[in-house]
Design a protein around this ligand. Sequence first.
Ligand SMILES: Nc1ncnc2c1ncn2[C@@H]1O[C@H](COP(=O)(O)OP(=O)(O)OP(=O)(O)O)[C@@H](O)[C@H]1O
Ligand SMILES: [Mg+2]
Ligand SMILES: [Zn+2]
Length: 571
Amino acid sequence: MSYQVIARKYRPQIFDEVAGQRLIIDTLKNAVLNKRVAHGYIFSGGRGVGKTTTARILAKSLNCIKGPTVSPCGECPSCLEIAQGNSVDVFEIDAASNRGIDEIRELRENVRYLPARDPYKVFIIDEAHMLTTEAFNALLKTLEEPPPRSLFVLCTTEAHKLPTTIQSRCQHFSFRLLDYSEIRERLEWVLNKEQIEADEGALSAVAEAAEGSLRDALSLLDQAIASSGKRLEESHVRQLLGVVPSQVLVELVEAIDAGNTRQVLETVDRLSTEGYELNHFCGEFTRYIRNLAVAKSCGSKSPLLQLAESERAHLARLTERFSEEDLARFFQILIRAEGEMRYALNPRFQLELALLKMAHVRKLTPIEKLLGGLRGSQPAEDPKAGAKSPERFASPSVSSEKRTQPPPQPVRSAPARPANDHARSGPIASTAAEVNERATAPVPISQETLDPRLDKIKTLAFGQSKLLSSCLDPVTGWRFENGEVRFLFSKNSSWAVDFLSAREQQEKLRSVCAEALGQPVKICVTLEDQEGAGPRVRSSARERAESDQGVEAIIKKFQCTLVDVIDLSRE
Ligand SMILES: Nc1ncnc2c1ncn2[C@@H]1O[C@H](COP(=O)(O)OP(=O)(O)OP(=O)(O)O)[C@@H](O)[C@H]1O
Ligand SMILES: [Mg+2]
Ligand SMILES: [Zn+2]
């Protein structure tokens, strides 16, 4: 007799043999017993979880010579034919193969006649979501006025793609992915029947790799038996399935915990040279981290864990090293990486990046916390500023000032570089903005060489627009400090300040000044009395920043220095 694959050989033949899906099975059994079977059912759920199997059992229950019964005999012609898929009254239609147009047309013809032999005509439509609109319409008509003694079971992995008109005429059962323990139990049962021995670890490797699909589990088992014979060993099975040894996962977690990036990268390299599929590995590692997160939240005995008993103690020990937040973050990083790796030209980089992030992420946590704390201790601020935390802590002047309404004559404008982010810090990794800024750091220009440049600015401004240059005529003083050009105007020239406050004019003035000074600059136009005692103004903003507790806390925490202070309250 030819070899029959395990999944087919052990396909459940009665309701009670179906693993998991208890609620669905009980409901269907009741319907059969009480003769309240509906005309249309939708069986939805992942691949290989028992949809088609259950549909066939339902057909048998109705058509068995002893039926309707919840335990069909399995021996009568109906039972035998249904199991073999060649019953005269049970039709299996694969909507995926030719999208079902002909079949549904045929079905509409067919359905008008009573069953040839059995009590019911049963139509099992697999991959029902693939039917064409025409086919759906034809089906809908049939479901609207179902012929007596007919039953439709639509099996699909994507129920949401079924038209609502169809959905509303059927009873819908969602089959769920099987638990790790349900799969394991079933594997053990099959191995027992086949008289094959297996290591704990070999079994869990198969059960884990199946990811909730019993068909996958059984197919993997088939492969393992084919290559190992009567005894399945963990190392062999893992190798066969391309699953890394669990020790690798443990060591990787330990390396991440220790922040040992070298080991992290070397692990990836080793997996790659040994021929492991990195996308697949990422999935495995995600599952492992997920288990850690579950164990942390629900304890290492939780049924939510997809893991062998023997590995749980180890897992419990590992969870002690991490907080729930750490694990949630790891989980998030990996899930994102998994998605990105699918489309990446070089998935290895994505994986490396993800693992490096994991190794570093805990160092960054205190910064977030610190910022959170600082934020909490401060008066109401611009919520937009709060959302961009790295910028906020780098901009001490924001927190040193109560933000007041912008005066009608703004004194700041168009910064040539990010206006904030002025605090320098050692231990924090440079942000792109920081690096960028360093490259364009202001070059000091002495006062002697400065004055002649005002003429140049005026000349260039004249070239831009006459009005712009005439606005510069009443300038009573100007300074260039920390990359900022500050023009002072007497009180009776507020018209010029007003004019230069317009965004467009500021931009023109900024580019003119940048050209004259040979570097990117920021622009500030100010009326004299706003400046108070002239040059002291900047130092006073600085003084306020320096005496601010929040700023002080940041400087202390990050061991950084205050480079520049910008008075945003004047913006
Ligand atoms: N819940 C289950 N209990 C027992 N065996 C199952 C179960 N689910 C799947 N199997 C096994 O997997 C095989 C395939 O199952 P089935 O054809 O019912 O899957 P399906 O849900 O229809 O999947 P697909 O969406 O791929 O068609 C069966 O032959 C059986 O051996
Ligand atoms: Mg199926
Ligand atoms: Zn029977």
